[in-house]
Design a protein around this ligand. Structure first.
Ligand code: FES
Length: 157
């Protein structure tokens, strides 16, 4: 094999590997998307008409399969700053807004002490019940209704 053939073969192999990896990555992203959906029934029956669903058996939400487990969601159709989630019992997962009630900065995901610390640097934090753990916020986090059907968590607004 001459030098030209070697380079040609090596480049072809490298391109094939990159192509397969990219396809797997795209497929993976597509799989995650399949668990998120918005339903707007908008039939004026007084029901919640925006819903957002995730599969808690899928990464990155598998912590929610155990009581006390937490997770966080980025901005979505329910809340423009995202959601904090905590498994409070066998059949209940609580959902809170990540919007701090002091000055609307984003609240970080729950840490290992069960506190969600505000990103503002003002010193505010919230516990896993959504209540204020440290000032200056004076009000608890907004909560949203949820339902859990096997591994599908639906949050409604
Ligand atoms: S905005 Fe959260 S503590 Fe001030």
């Amino acid at each position: 094999m001459n030098r030209r053939d070697f380079i040609k073969n090596t480049c072809s192999l490298a391109c094939a590997c990159v192509g397969v990896s990219s396809l797997s990555l795209l497929q993976s992203c597509e799989d995650n998307k399949a668990y998120e959906q918005n339903v707007d029934d908008d039939n004026n029956d007084g029901d919640n008409d925006i819903q957002f669903s995730i599969d808690i058996s899928q990464a990155p939400h598998q912590n929610l399969e155990s009581i006390g487990g937490t997770s966080a969601l980025p901005p979505n159709s329910i809340d423009s700053l995202g959601l904090l989630l905590i498994r409070s019992s066998d059949n209940n997962i609580k959902a809170f807004s990540r919007r701090c009630t002091h000055s609307s900065y984003s609240v970080n995901a729950f840490n290992s002490q069960g506190l969600a610390v505000c990103s503002s640097g003002h010193g505010g934090s919230f516990n896993t019940s959504g209540s204020v753990a440290a000032g200056p916020p004076s009000a608890r986090l907004t909560s949203y209704s949820t339902s859990l059907n096997e591994s599908i968590l639906t949050i409604s607004k």
